[in-house]
Design a protein around this ligand. Structure first.
Ligand SMILES: [Zn+2]
Length: 407
């Protein structure tokens, strides 16, 4: 049975719709946030369409980044045998031509809305106010298989993103498409069933918006490169690694506070925080070319664990009408909503002191499956890591071991 949602597009992404009004929730989700593909789908087609002149990168580069984003989620969902059972992101993804939206399961639109019908375009109302969006246009209730598109606004031209002041100019050209990679990965996260979740990289509600901020852009560019190379584990022990420009230390109080918080000596503008087991080491240096100097060490003390919820799969009633062997999750009984485990968040306290013992502080270390936060509280202000640092500890914890169902 086809559940054709056109012309009313089902907007999977909960990025605020520019309709002039918004709701505070209370809607029935049902299958709306199901992964587009589950374990009965073995192969997924996708196509790439781009307005090269206005978007900011070439078609070849865009296609490379699409491959990289698929690979990221494939690796992510391969970290647990529990996830393998649901078959999310376990498909093979192959590229096809892009003549219409019906051609491929997932159509990637870089700065062009060409394949959309006029009424479909209307549903997007003000695309220039969106950085990116994932839209499911069709969902087949019997096969539990979706179809749709991911659109990213171009940096130039008639559809150019209107991102307002303080944001990076020509964001997609920046560092060879580093930000495109991260926005794509965010939008694909929606395709694989994740809603916004600020504890999970890169699914925070404001993640794509923040990325266009020059400070974030610079901090995330190395992460984007690591994701693309598949070498995320190399970042695993580095919680923070950043060098500020001279002016960013002089003019941005938050940056000065961050350096002072760790007791970095006057004149140094680079900081690196590395974790190895139960110990934390903080290094600093005067500028990017000088040698790292050990500034302080920390000891990870108490630690607590909290299990996160992952994507939810709603099993449509149409499934129960099928003979059991034809049902996609026929082995699951008495459950309409399956909540996949999302991993474990570990929180720990860290006792930190500089090598000269002049500075002693308590830090909070929070690790989720794909990222870590290190923060502290000092002189009445909180010192976050996220603003200035590529604070990532990828694949450091494994997803929770229990499966959770709820009706
Ligand atoms: Zn989103």
């Amino acid at each position: 049975m086809r559940n054709l949602l056109l012309p009313i597009l089902l907007l999977i992404s909960t990025e605020a719709l520019a309709l002039g009004w918004s709701s505070g929730g209370g809607e029935l989700f049902l299958d709306a946030s199901n992964p587009w593909f589950v374990r009965n789908t073995k192969s997924v087609s996708y196509c790439v369409r781009i307005d090269e002149a206005n978007f900011g990168i070439s078609e070849d580069r865009a296609a490379e980044l699409v491959t990289s984003s698929f690979a990221y989620w494939t690796r992510f969902f391969a970290t647990s045998s529990i996830w393998q059972n649901w078959g999310v992101a376990h498909q093979t993804f192959h590229r096809v031509n892009c003549n219409s939206l019906a051609n491929a399961d997932v159509t990637f639109l870089f700065g062009t809305l060409d394949p959309l019908l006029p009424q479909e375009r209307k549903q997007l109302s003000t695309p220039e106010r969106r950085i990116g969006i994932a839209v499911r246009t069709d969902y087949d209730l019997s096969t539990m298989r979706g179809r749709g598109f991911i659109y990213l606004s171009p940096q130039e031209g008639k559809l150019a993103l209107k991102h307002g002041i303080g944001k990076i100019d020509r964001p997609w050209s920046y560092e060879n498409g580093a930000l495109v990679n991260l926005v794509l990965t965010h939008e694909l996260g929606h395709v694989f069933g994740y809603r916004h979740d600020s504890t999970l990289f890169p699914m925070g509600e404001r993640f794509t918006d923040d990325l266009l901020d020059p400070i974030y852009a610079r901090a995330y560019a190395p992460i984007s490169r690591a994701l693309e190379s598949g070498k995320v584990s190399e970042l695993s022990s580095t919680l923070m690694d950043n060098c500020f420009e001279e002016s960013e230390v002089q003019n941005v109080p938050e940056n000065r506070s961050l350096l002072a918080f760790y007791g970095v000596r006057e004149g140094s503008r680079c900081i690196r925080v590395v974790q190895a087991g139960n110990s934390l080491r903080v290094f600093s240096r005067v500028q990017p070319e000088s040698a790292w100097v050990l500034t302080g060490t920390g000891l990870v003390e108490a630690s607590t664990r909290k299990e996160l919820a992952g994507p939810t799969i709603y099993i449509p009633p149409e499934q129960s009408a099928l003979p059991r062997e034809k049902q996609v999750f026929g082995d699951i009984r008495n459950s309409r909503y399956l909540t996949l485990p999302g991993g474990v968040i570990e929180s720990a306290t860290v006792r930190y002191q500089t090598v000269d013992r002049h500075v002693q502080r308590d830090l909070a270390l929070v690790k989720s499956p794909l990222e870590s936060h290190l923060s502290g509280f000092w002189n009445g202000i909180s010192i976050p890591d996220a603003l200035n640092a590529s604070s990532f500890s990828l694949f450091t914890t494994v997803p929770g071991s229990s499966e959770k169902d709820r009706r």
